[in-house]
Ligand binder design. Sequence first.
Ligand SMILES: O=C(O)CCC(=O)C(=O)O
Ligand SMILES: [Fe+2]
Length: 292
Amino acid sequence: MTIEKHIETNIAQLKQNGFVIIPNLIKGKMLSDLCEELDHHFNLTPKSEGNFWGLKTKRMGRIFSKSQQARNLAVHPLVLGIMNKILEPYCERIQINLTQAIQIGAGEVEQPLHRDDELFPFPKSSAEFMVNAMWALDDFTEDNGATVVWPGSNRKPSLREMPADETIRATMESGSVLIWLGSTQHSGGANNTTKSRAGLTISYCLGWLRQAENQYLAYPPHIAKHFSEQLQGLIGYKVHRPNLGWYEGQEPDLLFTSTPDVLPAQDLFTPELEALSREILQVRQQNELAVN
Ligand SMILES: O=C(O)CCC(=O)C(=O)O
Ligand SMILES: [Fe+2]
């Protein structure tokens, strides 16, 4: 199957059910390196505070600084292809909303039901604002905290109590990825085993929204300059055209090289807007010529 076909098939399921599981997308050394990198940091991280985050759960951000493999996952062609297809109708470029590695500890209770797009105070609409990918670092099982998902809740108008008989546990093997829409109701599952369950969330959103995790503080220029150009753009070091997110009227990625103190502001338009503004100027010049 071509990657385009793969993307289409997964999107059809996402739109219908609000989530999709892609089994065993990474394996071998890539998976073991990812787990090793994140394990090291989980061991240093205290448990989170608050009932939403979970009192027996560890959560950590700034993942692209903590794991080289996570940088590769963020631009995985199939996952990024799905994110782009869902979000691009509503923006000029998509961006990273947050990274969070989540280790649900033994005995943790089920997280409160929620939609992730409640972050953005906007009525539920046919547009999607964000989409999440949860990479399983451990096997996700019925008992150890596999994400609880309410299939089809993305198409339901308003939040209501999640009926237990309508929910499923997103069980999957380590190396698989669960993708769910920001409009899908879900929660981190209860962990009724004696071992923790770890997953890595990489969340994407429309390029004109405020990011949940402040990407410029997480990865200031001296750190982000070591990332791939594609990842730099996703973090936000590229203007969302027209004219959103510039530095001194220029593309912010100029900060990765030495920068003169004084810079000219540039139009950072889409090609369509560029053409329109040229056209407006031409018409004005022609009118002036006609008058003179
Ligand atoms: O850990 C999970 O399975 C999901 C967590 C979640 O939904 C959240 O923290 O927003
Ligand atoms: Fe969530």
